[in-house]
Design a protein around this ligand. Structure first.
Ligand SMILES: *[C@@H]1O[C@H](CO)[C@@H](O)[C@H](O)[C@H]1NC(C)=O
Ligand SMILES: *[C@@H]1O[C@H](CO)[C@@H](O)[C@H](O)[C@H]1NC(C)=O
Ligand SMILES: *[C@@H]1O[C@H](CO)[C@@H](O)[C@H](O)[C@H]1NC(C)=O
Ligand SMILES: *[C@@H]1O[C@H](CO)[C@@H](O)[C@H](O)[C@H]1NC(C)=O
Ligand SMILES: *[C@@H]1O[C@H](CO)[C@@H](O)[C@H](O)[C@H]1NC(C)=O
Ligand SMILES: *[C@@H]1O[C@H](CO)[C@@H](O)[C@H](O)[C@H]1NC(C)=O
Ligand SMILES: *[C@@H]1O[C@H](CO)[C@@H](O)[C@H](O)[C@H]1NC(C)=O
Length: 362
C-alpha cells in the first residue's frame, strides 16, 4: 500500500516527461518548418521578376523561406501552401503610399513549381495592364485566388477552367472582357467577384454552371438585358449583387419564386433599369438586405414585403412607386422611400406616417 503511494507520483511525473518528449519534436517542427530548397529557388525566381519599390520582399533572402513575409508552409510537410502579397496600403489607392507599396513587373512561371500552393493573393498591386498569365490556371492546387484591383487586362485565361479545387476567385476591377471556357470545371467555387469589369452582354450562361456559388458579385459589369432565369440554378446563393448595371425588364418570376433560393440573404439590384411592379412573391425571400433603389419600378409596394420577417435593410428609393407604404413595413427612414410618388414621400413625418396608416388598411 505504502509502496503504491510512493510509486504513483513518480510514475505520474515520468508520464508527464514522456508526454513532453512526445510533444516537443512536434512543437519544434510547427514553429519552424524547414523550407524545401527547390521551392525556395522557385520563390526567389518569382521575386526576381517582380518590382518592389518599398522593399516588401526584403525578408525573401533568409535561408528558411517559410519565414519570409507573406509565405506560409504546411506544418508537417514544409511545402509552401500560401502566398499572400496583398498590398497592405490598398485603402490609400489614390496616393503615393499605394503605388509605393505595390508590387509590379512580371509574374514568373516558377510559381507552378509550388505543387501544394492553395492560396494566392496578389491583390491591390499594379501589374500595369499586362495579361493574367495563362500558367496561373496550371496551379491546380489553388483554392483561393485573389487578383482584384491589380491592374491586369485581357481575358481570363482558358486555363482557369482547370482550377477544379478553386473555392474563391476575386477578379474585381480588372479590365477583362469576361469569359470562362464553357468546359469550366469550377465545381467547388463558392465566392466569385467579377465586379467592375467589362461585360457588355447578357449574363453569360457559364455562370449558372457554378452551382456551388454562395456569393456572386457582378457590380458594374455592364450587364444588359433582363435578369436571367438561370440564377435559379444557383441554389446555394447567399449574396447576389447585380447593382450598377444596365439590366432592364421586369424581375422574373424565378427571382421571386425564391423558396428555392432559400439561402439568399443579400439581393442588390440597385442602379439598373428594371421596371414593372415589384412582384408580390418577393415576400417569399428570406432576405436580410434588399436594395431595389434607382430603378424604374412602378405601382405599389407589395404588402408581402412586410412579411419578410428577416428583412433588416430595405431600399426602394428613386423608382416610380406610387400609393402608400404598407403600414406593416417597419422601416421608418424616409430616405429609403425618397424619389417616388409615394404618399408621405419626403420626409416621412410622424404625422404623415399616422395619416398613412389610416389610408392603408390591409
Ligand atoms: C516607400 O516605402 C518605403 C518603405 O516603406 C519608404 O522608406 C519610402 O520612403 C517610400 N517612398 C515613397 C516615395 O513614399
Ligand atoms: C503604407 O503606408 C504607410 C503610411 O500610411 C507607410 O508608412 C508604409 O510604409 C506603407 N507601406 C508600404 C508597404 O508601402
Ligand atoms: C481580395 O482582396 C481584396 C483586397 O485587395 C479584399 O478586399 C477582398 O475581400 C478579397 N476577396 C476575397 C474574395 O477574399
Ligand atoms: C507600363 O506599360 C507601358 C506600356 O504598356 C510602359 O510604357 C510603361 O513603362 C509601363 N510602366 C511600368 C511602371 O512598367
Ligand atoms: C485543362 O484540362 C484539360 C483536360 O482536363 C486539358 O486537356 C487542357 O490542356 C488543360 N488546359 C490547360 C490550359 O491547362
Ligand atoms: C410565394 O409567394 C406567393 C405570392 O405571394 C404565395 O402565393 C406563395 O404561397 C408563396 N410561396 C411560399 C412557399 O411561401
Ligand atoms: C437608399 O438608396 C439611395 C439611392 O441609391 C441612397 O442614396 C440612400 O443612401 C439609400 N438609403 C439607405 C438608408 O441605405
Amino acid at each position: 500500500m505504502d509502496l503504491m503511494l510512493k510509486l504513483r507520483p513518480s510514475f505520474f511525473f515520468s508520464f508527464l516527461i514522456f508526454i513532453f518528449l512526445l510533444q516537443k519534436p512536434n512543437l519544434g517542427s510547427a514553429s519552424s518548418p524547414k523550407c524545401i530548397s527547390t521551392e525556395r529557388q522557385a520563390l526567389l525566381t518569382f521575386k526576381q521578376s517582380l518590382t518592389d519599390p518599398s522593399g516588401r520582399l526584403s525578408s525573401w533572402s533568409r535561408p528558411d523561406c517559410c519565414k519570409w513575409r507573406g509565405v506560409c508552409c504546411d506544418r508537417r510537410t514544409s511545402y509552401v501552401i500560401k502566398i499572400d502579397l496583398r498590398n497592405p496600403n490598398q485603402t490609400l489607392r489614390r496616393n503615393g503610399e499605394f503605388r509605393n507599396g505595390s508590387l509590379g513587373g512580371k509574374i514568373h512561371p516558377s510559381l507552378t513549381r509550388l505543387k501544394f500552393l492553395s492560396y494566392l493573393d496578389l491583390s491591390s498591386n499594379d501589374f500595369n495592364f499586362t495579361e493574367i498569365p495563362e500558367f496561373v490556371g496550371h496551379i491546380v492546387s489553388l483554392r483561393y485566388l485573389n487578383l482584384s484591383f491589380s491592374s491586369f487586362s485581357g481575358e481570363v485565361p482558358a486555363s482557369f477552367g482547370n482550377l477544379s479545387k478553386l473555392e474563391s476567385l476575386d477578379l474585381y476591377a480588372q479590365t477583362l472582357p469576361l469569359s470562362l471556357p464553357s468546359s469550366a470545371n469550377l465545381k467547388l467555387l463558392e465566392v466569385l467577384d467579377l465586379s467592375r469589369n467589362y461585360f457588355y452582354s447578357p449574363t453569360p450562361n457559364w455562370l449558372f454552371d457554378l452551382t456551388s456559388l454562395r456569393k456572386l458579385f457582378l457590380q458594374l459589369v455592364r450587364l444588359q438585358g433582363s435578369i436571367s432565369p438561370g440564377f435559379k440554378k444557383l441554389k446555394l446563393l447567399e449574396t447576389l449583387d447585380l447593382s450598377k448595371n444596365e439590366l432592364s425588364g421586369e424581375i422574373p418570376a424565378v427571382l421571386g419564386d425564391l423558396p428555392r433560393l432559400k439561402n439568399l440573404h443579400i439581393l442588390d439590384l440597385s442602379e439598373n433599369k428594371l421596371s414593372g411592379s415589384v412582384p408580390k412573391c418577393m415576400g417569399n425571400l428570406t432576405a436580410i438586405t434588399l436594395d431595389l433603389s434607382r430603378n424604374r419600378f412602378s405601382g405599389a409596394i407589395p404588402q408581402s414585403l412586410a412579411a419578410i420577417s428577416s428583412l433588416h435593410t430595405l431600399n426602394v428609393s428613386y423608382n416610380k412607386l406610387e400609393g402608400s407604404i404598407p403600414k406593416q413595413l417597419k422601416f421608418k427612414d424616409p430616405s429609403i422611400y425618397a424619389g417616388n410618388e409615394l404618399l408621405c414621400g419626403k420626409p416621412l413625418s410622424k404625422k404623415c406616417a399616422r395619416k398613412q396608416q389610416d389610408v392603408v388598411v390591409n
